[in-house]
Write a protein that binds this ligand. Sequence first.
Ligand SMILES: NC(=O)c1ccc[n+]([C@@H]2O[C@H](COP(=O)([O-])OP(=O)(O)OC[C@H]3O[C@@H](n4cnc5c(N)ncnc54)[C@H](O)[C@@H]3O)[C@@H](O)[C@H]2O)c1
Length: 337
Amino acid sequence: MTTTLVTGSAGFIGFHTARRLLEAGHRVIGFDALTDYYDITLKQARHRVLEQYADFRPVIARLETPGVLADLMAAEQPGLVIHLAAQAGVRYSLEAPGSYVASNIEGTFALLEAARAVPPQHLMLASTSSVYGANPDRPYRETDRADWPLSFYAATKKATEAMAHAYAHLHGLPITMFRFFTVYGPWGRPDMALFKFTRAMLQGCPIEVYNHGRMERDFTYIDDLVDGILRLAACPPERPADDRVMTPGDSLSPAAPWRVVNIGTGAPVKLMDFIAALETALGIEADKKMLPMQPGDMAATWADAGLMADLAGPMPRTPVAEGVAAFVAWYREYYGV
Ligand SMILES: NC(=O)c1ccc[n+]([C@@H]2O[C@H](COP(=O)([O-])OP(=O)(O)OC[C@H]3O[C@@H](n4cnc5c(N)ncnc54)[C@H](O)[C@@H]3O)[C@@H](O)[C@H]2O)c1
């Protein structure tokens, strides 16, 4: 039985990842500060679900509090670390950029330091597709340039990729960085479009559709994403040999056991089609308020999912209609509406 440290376990993706590991019989330490970026009661409710498993140990603390992660890693010696805690969200990084420095940069630094002292067999850290920023190429490949972030959120995530690379090189830590796309599903995040649209439509309010609906996203269903994370957990990168020939399309560093992997479906879905799936699932036609593009946002993003498939097999792809219906069923039950 492996002990896994999951940071961000009261968050959307961390909760699902921890639950899947617990169901598979692993011991999970769930680390989360329950920050007030969105409804804390939703985070507490996610942790309550995890607390039903005997092998779950919750730790409520901030990543960057001195000594906390180091002491925890020394005591628990986790074989696998999945770092999902972060200040997420593109738009909020215009309002409160300092919170991104604290959670993403200082927090990830604390985690890397703790892992240096007590190295896990595999350290996995969440980055984001937002790091591709102003790169005009589609689909996004891991070997494409990701040097022009358009939001401060993306800039902090890009910084964590570089920090992790240095630690992988200097201390031999096997590190996989994930670049997630637009993840959705039950227990989702209240600041994301699906949640906001559902709430507004059930209240009879208009929904705000940016860029007049001319948006495309690689909507990734949460169960498929967790499947991808756990399959990659079994593929820690190895330090490349000196005479190694670089495999085209592989993002493995020439100098460190470090790799970045997109986790997306590889198939973009039009925002208006996603909204149509929600209208069907709710049985309500949305009152759509068409708005211009938001600063820092991107019209179309989707993954090249080839590296993920090469490493760990092709990702499952839950159809959008099915995934949206599962979200709506959860929402109605959770909020009793
Ligand atoms: N959801 C998506 O579509 C998406 C897309 C790309 C990348 N990501 C990344 O995936 C990861 C998980 O995202 P999510 O959607 O589950 O977000 P989330 O906000 O639901 O979860 C993040 C959790 O981290 C915790 N946290 C924040 N700062 C902390 C700190 N300093 N110390 C301890 N805990 C802290 C929060 O309380 C929260 O529960 C994040 O790193 C995010 O940037 C998510």
